[in-house]
Design a protein around this ligand. Sequence first.
Ligand SMILES: [Zn+2]
Length: 277
Amino acid sequence: MPELPEVETIVRALRKGGRGDVSIVQRRIHSVDLRWARTLASPKIEDFSKRIIGHQITDVTRRGKFIIIHLDEGFILVHLRMSGDLRVTAPPIPAPAPHDRLIITFEDGHGLIFNDPRKFGRVWLTNDPSEVTGNLGPEPFDLTFTPGIFYQNLHRRKKYIKSLLLDQSFVAGLGNIYVDESLFKAGIFPLRLSNTLSIQEANKLLEAIRETLKDGINNNGASIDWVYRGGDYQNKFRVYQQTGKPCQICGSPIERIVAGQRGTHYCPKCQPKGVDK
Ligand SMILES: [Zn+2]
């Protein structure tokens, strides 16, 4: 599933060009072809088309794992979920591929295609993105999200740290890859209870999350899903899906456990079970 670095990479490409695609900013929408009805969460297709055709895209941003396409009036939000991808095509618009769910054509002949083999991805049109993004937690890079606030939030809960970091209402944008890699970087055992972390550990963990995400973004995300194109971060994994391989720091074999129904990878020596004083 695309996580913050993959979504950010897609957002930057849509905004400025990249991944072999051109920017969609300033293009004006000419037509809409919805090829899988449930892809469009709201409103109904007739209303969606009426409200976006003739309108211009002014910016593309991200909140958590949501892509926010700003129009001169309203916002199109896209959540890629398991397997979604957005690509921009040059004119003429190609014949639809098997998993193309929504095709937006621009007046200049370019197209924006939402492709989603597993059909879990969703698209919304709204005047208020927060109506769709709901109660998302803080953005990891938001500087008002301080180590002190992070520590307080950790201590308000009593959950496995791995599960809590996956909870989008606790912090936005993280998924299985970047949580495992961040916990390794911070030297914290994934099944530690969140309220047992010291202020120093909370500090270290927030820094590790930011560095790991930044590293992911700098490598254009991770291409482990056959649908996500162009990432290199899979070559930088130190624990994620590295079960049995030697830890790059201490040489111990990386282990896999299940935490909150998610496969979790860690180094038993670098991430000891006990509370680190
Ligand atoms: Zn190790």
